[in-house]
Design a protein around this ligand. Structure first.
Ligand SMILES: Nc1nc2c(ncn2[C@H]2C[C@H](O)[C@@H](COP(=O)(O)O)O2)c(=O)[nH]1
Ligand SMILES: [Mn+2]
Length: 212
């Protein structure tokens, strides 16, 4: 079986743009980013929530959430940047859930190859500094190597749980999305934990109400 490669998953239309005499790398890269706008989040599709958010919807709200952080030790602008690039590789890799047979190591390999490919083939061709910044921010998230990355990791889970509760309310408690709530234990920072604890209390009250 051939090894998964990012270049094999670039739409032909975008490949054609790159093959032009004077490619418009900004436009070609935005055509790649569009794939995040049109790909829905797999976790919700797995539960029959077909009119669900896209990958970029998720990253956008994480960026907004990052702006809310109160902790004065945190560089919020860096958090916003990390939020906006952390799932960028999913444009070509797709949105792989923790239950997917692909597995953690292969998912990481595909995403690392893809972020390097996107930075080298698109971003750096127009702005090398921007490519360096995107890669640095993506690697910080992947390795949780900074306080800002720690916060964005937490916000990734918190934003998903806010969305989960929104769907549970939308479907009037008819969808059992319990398995997503195991993500509560992955939230480590006190500030995001306080947001998540309140959210969970509200969710618990909602289901108690609906059990009557
Ligand atoms: N079925 C489940 N899917 C889950 C769970 N936790 C996360 N997910 C989904 C959410 C996304 O679609 C995808 C990965 O999200 P990232 O933001 O981490 O790329 O996996 C779960 O418990 N069950
Ligand atoms: Mn994410």
């Amino acid at each position: 079986m051939s090894i998964w490669k990012p270049e094999d998953h670039v739409p032909q239309e975008i490949k054609d743009l790159l093959a032009e005499e004077q490619p418009n790398y900004v436009m070609a890269f935005l055509n790649v980013v569009q794939l995040l706008k049109i790909q829905k989040r797999t976790g919700w599709l797995d539960f029959g929530i077909n009119e669900c958010e896209s990958i970029s919807d998720h990253m956008y709200r994480m960026g907004i959430t990052s702006m809310m952080i109160k902790d004065p030790k945190v560089n919020k602008d860096a958090c916003v940047r990390i939020a906006l690039v952390h799932d960028l590789a999913e444009s070509l890799v797709g949105d792989i859930t923790p239950n997917d047979p692909v597995g953690k190591d292969e998912k990481h390999r595909r995403e690392l190859d893809t972020i390097n490919y996107l930075c080298d083939t698109f971003i750096a061709k127009y702005n090398e500094e921007a490519a360096r910044q995107v890669l640095d921010d993506w690697l910080a998230y992947e390795n949780v190597s900074t306080l800002e990355a720690r916060y964005v990791k937490d916000i990734d889970k918190f934003e998903m749980l806010v969305q989960c509760f929104e769907y549970e309310k939308k479907y009037n408690a008819a969808k059992n999305l319990d398995q997503f709530w195991s993500a509560m234990s992955s939230i480590k920072t006190d500030e995001v934990k306080s947001w998540a604890d309140d959210l969970f209390k509200r969710r618990t009250a909602f289901f108690k109400e609906h059990a009557k």
